[in-house]
Design a protein around this ligand. Structure first.
Ligand SMILES: Cc1cc2nc3c(=O)[nH]c(=O)nc-3n(C[C@H](O)[C@H](O)[C@H](O)COP(=O)(O)OP(=O)(O)OC[C@H]3O[C@@H](n4cnc5c(N)ncnc54)[C@H](O)[C@@H]3O)c2cc1C
Length: 431
């Protein structure tokens, strides 16, 4: 009987285990995870603060049925060493030491928010992703009044909004000029800056923490031009792959993600890597980009399982697709973003249609008239619209195809597709 070992039982690891069990009922599957409970929704703190859930435990997503479906689990056990030649993994719960051999190994150890050295040993500096980190960060938040957040991407801003909504004083510190620059253009960043200021947040952009001092009552942060006092600091950036266990033998990319082929195999064909631990070629730029979202973790987990079960399937090129909500406005971005275009010197045209009361969409078009990206903002939920645009991008639809396409009509349902038809009409008219 074949034996597959999986290290990491978060979104990607558990998906791989479950899918492999479904595809191959007779296989021995062993899941080793250093935390006691996973997978955990990393933004669970926001769900508690916003009242969507009452307890962080409700942000643990999977039912505890793994053993019932024949997956042997070791929760609370950390893998400390891999003997690649002997196909053997060593792990411990701090008291007992174990070893297991494998036929195939799946690495699903994801990524972690790293605290820079200057914060080491400080009791009022936090970061969170796992359940245990989130528990201690939430306890600190509850006792604090003024909270500084370093990082103005999705993680930092979503936390900032949740804190503002429960009456905390929020200081946002970002190294760049714009908010969520990775996904949205300057206009959306400016819109968000105004919203966060209106709600009472203090913004320190193009800034950084040069020095930090911890006193009995709180922290003193020295920024480029000013000093700020706060109760706690939360680091909402610096996510890095948890790959140090493999540095001795596996081929890595410069950002320390693990290099995998299109079947998600590492340089050892029986060793697969999935989720936040890897980078895949981007559909638009063709450069490898690190995976950093739950859906990508689940998809790569599925595909690795399928390949181990001998049903060869290549992972498709990566298409960035992300969404969030700030102060009643849904935001979403797919494919090319302004930042990616700048970084890769990509030439594109853009058309903006719609308005904020429903949905405002900016679509990006390449020189062959193909839709290659979009960013959306508005008061109407946009998830299905994002998914539709993603399919159109993957299918190489041109603006002519979009212009000619018609969609279903139902009197009480507002369809998004007319927005795309309108954008295509404007584009073709300008040509
Ligand atoms: C604050 C925050 C908010 C986020 N919000 C969103 C969101 O809204 N939407 C979204 O799509 N994504 C979000 N993400 C990203 C998302 O959490 C990740 O993409 C996802 O968790 C990746 O899953 P994974 O299984 O690849 O890795 P991870 O979730 O990082 O899991 C890796 C697992 O491996 C375990 N592990 C590591 N080393 C060892 C070892 N040596 N031995 C045993 N076990 C080990 C870890 O304990 C962990 O459980 C957020 C991330 C953060 C930090």
């Amino acid at each position: 009987m074949k034996k597959t070992l999986i290290i990491g039982a978060s979104h990607s690891g558990q998906m791989a285990a479950r899918e492999l069990r479904r595809l191959d009922p007779s296989r021995k599957i062993i899941l080793i995870e250093k935390e006691k409970t996973t997978p955990f929704i990393a933004s669970g703190i926001n769900l508690v603060l916003s009242g969507h859930i009452c307890d962080l435990k409700e942000a643990i997503t999977a039912p505890a049925d793994l053993e019932k479906i024949g997956i042997k689990t070791f929760f609370g056990y950390k893998v400390t060493k891999i003997m690649w030649e002997y196909k053997k993994v060593y792990f411990t719960n701090g008291k007992n030491f174990y070893e297991e051999t494998y036929d195939e190994l799946i690495l699903a150890t994801g990524a972690k928010q790293y605290l820079p050295k200057k914060y080491e040993g400080m009791s009022k500096v936090y970061s969170y992703k796992s359940f245990s980190e989130s528990e201690s960060t939430l306890a600190a938040i509850e006792k604090s009044n003024c909270i500084a957040i370093s990082g103005v991407g999705y993680v930092g801003l979503e936390l900032a909004e949740s804190l503002l909504n429960v009456g905390k004083k929020v200081v946002l510190i970002g190294s760049g000029q714009h908010l969520v620059h990775e996904y949205y253009n300057e206009k959306i960043s400016d819109f968000l800056k105004n919203k966060f200021k209106e709600k009472g947040a203090s913004l320190y952009l193009e800034n950084q923490i040069i020095k930090i001092e911890e006193g009995n009552k709180g922290l003193s942060l020295q920024l480029l031009q000013e000093n700020i006092d706060c109760d706690i600091l939360i680091i909402a950036k610096n996510s890095r792959p948890n790959s140090s266990l493999y540095w001795d033998r596996l081929i890595l990319l410069p950002d320390k993600t693990i290099k995998v082929n299109q079947y998600l195999q590492t340089n050892y064909p029986d060793v697969y890597a999935i989720g936040d631990l890897i980078a895949l070629p981007d559909l638009i730029t063709k450069k490898r980009v690190r995976l950093s979202l739950v859906m990508d973790a689940l998809q790569t987990g599925r595909i690795a399982a399928l390949n181990i079960a001998q049903k060869k399937l290549a992972v498709p090129e990566h298409l960035d697709i992300s969404t969030t909500k700030f102060f009643d406005y849904y935001l979403g971005s797919v494919g090319l973003t302004a930042r990616k275009a700048e970084q890769n010197n990509l030439i594109y045209e853009q058309i903006t249609v719609g308005d904020l009361t429903t949905t405002k969409a900016t679509v990006y078009i390449d020189s062959q008239q193909r839709l290659i990206g979009a960013q959306l903002i508005g008061k109407q939920p946009i998830q299905s619209f994002l998914d539709l645009i993603a399919v159109l991008i993957r299918s190489n639809w041109t603006m002519e195809d979009i212009y000619c396409n018609s969609s279903a009509f139902f009197p009480t349902y507002t369809s998004f597709t007319p927005l795309l038809n309108e954008a295509a009409g404007i584009y073709l008219n300008e040509k």
